[in-house]
Design a protein around this ligand. Structure first.
Ligand code: UT7
Length: 335
């Protein structure tokens, strides 16, 4: 379907809580080693939210920074979409909390839950509202505090995740710029491979669910790994094909930061040189829905993104889900 107009990313921002937890500290929490974590995942440290810090607190700061970067007043925002699987509460939506606290008084707000693919789903959704002409300004936030959902006795999961948030402001841009296309996918047969089972309708909270640690993340790591190495490359090539582009056209590949081995495998599939692949997992771990916007913000602030560049953002996660967006940076005025 042809859109009426394109939605572009006109501002980005991110935020991580100040507390850093290194692999060395992790060695005193579970039976692991810095060497195992670095060679198997690429992670060296992660940021962990404090007892009083929730996902909306991180998302709010990232959103403030993105609006400042875009030069957009909160009162101009028409819609806040927040990708999260660790919202402040079961309900209301974390997007509504951010919408109120940031002063986006006339904005609609809702959450999207697609695991670590959440930001790609939210960016795609936000872009549709702009493309259709329904809204002028959409604030897309990815915010997660998975440290609150970890079993700190399970070394197969607790070393992998960190907390953070990233945000992007979307506005109309000229044809040929902004979000050029997206692919989204889901295979619910993988539900049990990555989940937090208890605390809501299937298994409401009870003493038994708490005693059995069913409120924490469980993951079949190697199954998710196999799935991820397949879908990351497929999704990236799929979105390029949809937009009539090729891997050679990509200026910067910004993948979900879950594991450097997964990223390397996707980059090989696309035939991309290392300098075209953005990796910051070593400082943050897997920050779930925050991972892609956090990487995008670092890439932009670090001068790695230029007007006219073709970016490919790609993610995978619980669901199992996957998705990719092709984005032409800028608006044509400064190429
Ligand atoms: O955003 C989506 C979220 N999920 C992911 O991104 C996860 C994708 N999966 C992965 O990244 C990898 O599968 C892991 C990093 C989780 C694990 O790497 P792996 O190469 O698949 O290792 P494995 O699960 O096959 O485990 C190898 C060994 C096992 O020991 P044995 O059975 O061979 O003796 C594990 O018990 O490593 C052991 N192990 C650890 N050792 C030290 C597992 N976790 C740890 C640990 N420290 N933290």
């Amino acid at each position: 379907m042809k859109s009426i107009r394109n939605a572009g990313i006109v501002g980005v921002g991110s935020y991580v809580p100040p507390r850093v937890l290194t692999n060395q500290e992790m060695e005193s929490i579970v039976d692991t080693s810095d060497e195992w974590i670095v060679t198997r995942t690429g992670i060296r440290e992660r940021h962990i939210a404090g007892p009083d810090e929730a996902s909306s607190d991180l998302g709010l700061e990232a959103a403030r920074r993105a609006l400042a970067d875009a030069g957009v007043d909160p009162g101009e925002v028409d819609l806040v979409v927040t990708a999260t699987i660790s919202g402040d509460m079961i309900f209301p939506a974390t997007a509504s909390i951010i919408q109120h606290r940031i002063g986006a008084s006339r904005a609609a707000a809702f959450d999207i839950g697609a695991g670590c693919t959440g930001f790609i789903y939210a960016l795609t959704t936000g872009a549709q509202f702009v493309a259709s002409g329904m809204y002028e300004t959409v604030l897309v936030v990815g915010a997660d505090t998975l440290s609150k959902l970890l079993n700190w006795k399970d070394r197969t999961t607790c070393v992998l995740f960190g907390d953070g948030a990233g945000a992007a402001v979307l506005k109309p841009v000229p044809e040929g710029y902004g979000v050029l296309g997206s692919v989204l996918g889901s295979d619910g047969s993988g539900t049990d491979l990555l989940k937090v089972e208890a605390g809501i309708s299937r298994r409401p909270a009870s003493h038994e669910t708490v005693d059995s640690c069913l409120h924490t993340i469980r993951m079949a790591g190697s199954e998710v790994f196999k799935f991820a190495t397949r879908v990351m490359g497929e999704a990236a090539l799929g979105v390029l094909d949809k937009c009539g582009l090729r891997a050679e056209d990509v200026s910067l590949f910004i993948p979900h930061q879950a594991n450097t081995r997964i990223i390397d495998s996707a980059a090989r599939r696309l035939g991309l040189a290392p300098e075209k692949v953005f990796i910051n997992i070593e400082n943050y771990g897997n920050t779930s829905a925050a991972s892609i916007p956090l990487a995008l913000d670092e890439a932009v602030q670090g001068g790695k993104v230029h007007p006219g560049d073709l970016l490919v953002l790609v993610g995978f996660g619980a669901g199992l889900t996957w998705g990719a967006c092709a984005v032409r940076w800028g608006n044509g005025s400064d190429d």
